[in-house]
Design a protein around this ligand. Structure first.
Ligand SMILES: *Cc1c(COP(=O)(O)O)cnc(C)c1O
Length: 423
């Protein structure tokens, strides 16, 4: 990985803003691309052509917008946060993807791809899921569109996430427990791809984040950009100007890339991505791919990932299952390289403290993933008093209650500090 000089970095940012990046090969600068077996090339090429056609098709866009408005519940609110503002000495605004149908931003992507699958003539949909949130959003979208849905889920995750497995089944999906490999998300993705290869015309693979081979990182970004577009218009209308900074949590990177795309051209808006710092910086103790990873290929794309000196993909850890992935979307690798987005981490403990604080101050229970964005913003606010801050609330925390039960309110050292500071 060579770092582009200032002029090159500026050209790449201009291309992202103008919509000419990724290029026709799905390259975000040196990142991205399409690393798939020969047998999958026709399916991927067909998908890229379909994406190119339908995302520009007025009838398709009208159908999608109708579903976003009347089924998903868009636009989602922009909520002023007076309690957090007072605690942090900042002006804090929350973009409420937690209010979207099924409780997170994931539905923006799944309804868009389900409609695309239907337009392309697919007869069934396969999806992968880790904690089950993407599986639930996929099952819901497929039920809505009327397409059968098969969700691959690692056997370990099936055991850990019984509630989401039941939700998927009630929404009509078939959930297949993957017993191979690490029996978690990585094995589930491998299995979904294997299914897709076996019948790439009738089967559509509904990928859950801005990762994977071209055209997925581009497709998912376009479908999630609605977050940033709405947020930009809303914050100007409500507060009279742009924020000083915007924060989003980064797992695969879909809610973050969607938020950033509202503001990439606003160079005075500092953009931050908050990754899962887990228990700390030791390898295996976190999922901070951009902060600690190296370039490499995973799941069909050249990006940044966590692997050891033997090239083995690392185990990851985060208290939030949705951030627990050893890779990240290629566009984020570029945004970090050209310096447009600053990627930082929040630990499990910081995220738990921020979650408690948001509950108490705003009456909003955020997802543990979103709590990382809150924690990153909170730290930045303490270094930049008086600033206006936009935070992407990627989802709601109801799904996290079993994990939160292990962390009673006030049990993290961080929240004691917060309480003392507020007292
Ligand atoms: C899945 C999930 C994430 C992480 O996915 P991204 O693709 O990085 O956005 C973040 N927040 C919530 C609530 C999620 O469900």
């Amino acid at each position: 990985m060579t770092n582009p000089d200032v002029a090159q970095a500026d050209d790449l940012l201009e291309a992202l803003i103008a919509g000419t990046c990724p290029d026709a090969h799905g390259r975000f600068g040196e990142f991205g691309g399409c690393y798939v077996p020969e047998t999958l090339m026709p399916a991927v090429t067909r998908l890229a052509e379909g994406v190119h056609h339908y995302l520009r098709d007025p009838d398709f866009r009208a159908r999608l917008n109708d579903e976003l408005e009347h089924w998903v519940g868009r636009p989602t609110a922009l909520t002023h946060a007076p309690g957090l503002s007072a605690l942090w000495g900042a002006d804090v605004w929350l973009k409420r993807e937690d209010l979207a149908h099924t409780g997170a931003h994931k539905i923006n992507n799944t309804i868009g791809q389900a409609l695309l699958a239907q337009a392309l003539g697919a007869e069934r949909i396969v999806a992968e899921t880790g904690a089950g949130q993407h599986g639930v959003a996929s099952a819901a979208a497929c039920a809505r569109i009327g397409l059968p849905c098969v969700v691959y889920m690692g056997a370990v995750d099936v055991a850990r996430q019984a509630l989401n497995v039941d939700r998927m089944r009630r929404l009509g999906a078939e959930v297949i427990a993957v017993e191979s490999g690490d029996q978690t998300l990585r094995a589930a993705i491998d299995e979904a791809i294997r299914d897709w290869v076996s019948d790439p015309v009738a089967t559509y693979y509904l990928l859950g984040s801005a990762i994977g081979p071209h055209p997925y990182p581009y497709l998912v970004r376009e479908l999630q950009s609605v977050i940033g577009k709405e947020a930009r218009a809303q914050i100007i209308a409500r507060s009279g100007s742009l924020p000083d900074a915007a924060f989003a949590c980064v797992g695969g990177g879909s809610n973050a890339i969607g938020l950033y795309h509202g503001f990439l051209g606003d160079r005075d808006v500092a953009l931050f991505g908050i990754e899962a710092g887990g228990h700390g910086p030791a390898l295996g103790e976190h999922s901070a791919t951009l902060s600690a990873g190296k370039p490499g290929v995973l799941h069909g794309t050249y990006s940044v990932l966590l692997y050891d000196s033997d090239g083995q993909i690392q185990e990851t850890h985060s208290v939030s299952a949705g951030l627990d992935y050893p890779g990240v979307g290629p566009e984020h690798a570029l945004l970090r390289q050209i310096g447009r987005v600053d990627y930082r981490t929040a630990t499990d403990d910081e995220a738990l403290a921020a979650l408690d604080e948001c509950c108490a101050a705003e009456g909003i229970l955020p997802a543990l993933e979103s709590a990382h964005a809150l924690a990153g913003a909170r730290r930045w606010a303490s270094e930049n008093p008086g600033t206006k801050i936009l935070i992407g609330m990627s989802g709601r925390g109801d799904k996290d209650m079993p994990i939160l039960a292990e962390h009673p309110v006030g049990s993290s050292t961080q929240s004691e500090d917060a309480r003392n500071a507020a007292a």
